[in-house]
Design a protein around this ligand. Structure first.
Ligand SMILES: Cc1ncc(COP(=O)(O)O)c(C=O)c1O
Length: 446
């Protein structure tokens, strides 16, 4: 049966028991399921036929809007043409074309991409590249990683080790990577209601100097940060913070990795946040909007020096013992090519940048409404932080999510922050509707 054929009255017949949903309260969900059966541009259609306006681009991912014809066509064509080719000692042209298009929009000097299937894989791959790179250059003592509190880098063991979200870590503490430290996060009370980059907090990058003094630079492989931390509530980097991190990493020969899984592909106003903030890292991890989320795909983009360091030794030797069965999968590569072409043809990054002040105005207009304690924004992303219900963190924001959903608006909440990251094709009228709904909902929340 086609999912489009499932009518509301058949929902009761759907056997939900076998599926274990990710990052979900499974029992609650199965009591009150939220199922979406089709999508087009800015809207999902729910199983009961309701139109749901997508305020979060699926999950910071569908930057070009849903089910765009050129992407759908490219995937169909590729599926008919070649379903699968391994990337191990063999490959197919679309993967090369996808990499070529990807590095066209990265900062200068970042000319090589390694394909994976998700953001988590991109992060673990980048960490492994860092270790192998230092080893290849005779600096094999550089094995430590530095992440940041409130960081999210996916759910692989590497990603949770450098990540800083306790709920994602505490149960797995025994399986973490050894030799990982965390810098402090950059979320400071004095920056509340900053529009764009906050004023205070550049000094927090000096935590890296402290860790260098503790361990010795010769033992540190890489620092990984999200330029804008998304999953812990839209934390925009303070002015000068990323620049300082870059200076310190360069001074000590430590690689700087920007995890751009959500900030990539126009979210902050330029192709990558590296360009928005004018700081070029050594590696960029990406995923999500790389294919407009139509087929899973991620990538690690590296500086030319990193790639070149691997391309030494006998030419018949495998340079990097790493890769996935689906690295550069034909369907993903076709989707990436069509997506990157669509972004360019429709000038979507510029469109997002032009629309960002309208989104910022709408977000900051919520100041003073019940429960709102902070509003943060950059590019086409904003966070509206609510005061937690006493003793029940996350409950108030989750209730806002449910009530918005009932009213036909899809928002995302992380902790007690509402995080919005709409497709870059969004119109002002959509933004108005999203914020009218949030406004109404805020007035009714417990
Ligand atoms: C910054 C960052 N890194 C990594 C990931 C993990 O990506 P995935 O869920 O595709 O593994 C995410 C997911 O939201 C993310 O926001």
């Amino acid at each position: 049966m086609n999912i489009r054929d499932i009518k509301p009255e058949t929902l009761a017949d759907l056997n939900m028991d076998p599926l274990w949903l990710p990052f979900t309260a499974n029992r609650q969900f199965k009591q009150q399921p939220r199922l979406l059966v089709s999508a087009k541009d800015m809207f999902y259609t729910a199983i009961d036929g309701r139109q749901i306006l997508d305020g979060i681009a699926g999950l910071w991912a569908v930057n070009g809007g849903h089910c765009r014809a050129p992407i759908v066509e490219a995937i169909k064509r590729q599926a008919e043409n070649v379903d699968y080719v391994t990337g191990f000692q063999l490959h197919h042209p679309a993967a090369f074309n996808a990499a070529e298009r990807l590095v066209r929009i990265t900062p200068p000097g970042m000319g090589h991409a390694f394909f994976v299937n998700s953001g988590s894989e991109a992060v673990d791959t980048a960490l492994k590249i860092a270790l192998a790179y230092h080893r290849a250059r005779g600096e094999g003592t550089r094995t430590r990683f530095i992440g940041r509190e409130r960081g999210y880098h996916g759910v692989g063991f590497g990603g949770i080790s450098v990540g800083g979200m306790v709920a994602n870590r505490r149960v797995f503490a025994g399986g973490m990577l050894p030799g990982v430290d965390h810098m402090r996060h950059t979320h400071l009370a004095e920056n509340a209601y900053s529009r764009g980059q906050p004023e205070h907090g550049a000094h927090l990058a000096d935590d890296l100097e402290t860790l260098v003094a503790l361990h010795g630079a010769e033992n540190i492989a890489a620092v990984i940060v999200e330029p804008v931390a998304g999953s812990t509530g839209v934390l925009v980097p303070p002015k000068g913070y990323l620049q300082r991190l870059r200076e310190i990493t360069l001074k000590h020969g430590i690689l700087l990795i920007f995890d751009e899984v959500i900030t990539g592909f126009g979210r902050t106003g330029k192709a990558f946040a590296a360009q928005t903030f004018g700081v070029t890292p050594d590696m960029i991890t990406c995923a999500k909007a790389l294919t407009n989320a139509a087929v899973p795909m991620g990538g690690v983009i590296v500086k030319n020096e990193i790639y070149d360091a691997f391309m030494t030794g006998p030419a018949n030797m495998i340079e990097f013992y790493h890769g996935y069965t689906y690295s550069g999968h034909p369907l993903a590569a076709a989707a990436a090519i069509a997506t990157l072409d669509l972004f360019a043809e429709e000038k979507l990054f510029e469109r997002g940048e032009a629309m960002s002040s309208y989104l910022a105005d709408a977000a900051h207009s919520l100041k003073g409404l019940p429960h709102v304690i902070d509003v943060r924004n950059i590019g086409m992303v904003c966070g509206i932080e609510l005061e937690s219900l006493p003793g029940k963190p996350t409950a108030r924001a989750f209730e806002a999510f449910l009530r918005c959903y009932e009213k036909g608006i899809l928002i995302r909440t992380t902790g007690d922050t509402i995080a919005l990251s709409p497709p870059l094709i969004i119109e002002k009228s959509h933004i108005d509707r999203i914020f009218e709904t949030i406004r109404e909902v805020l007035k009714t929340l417990p």
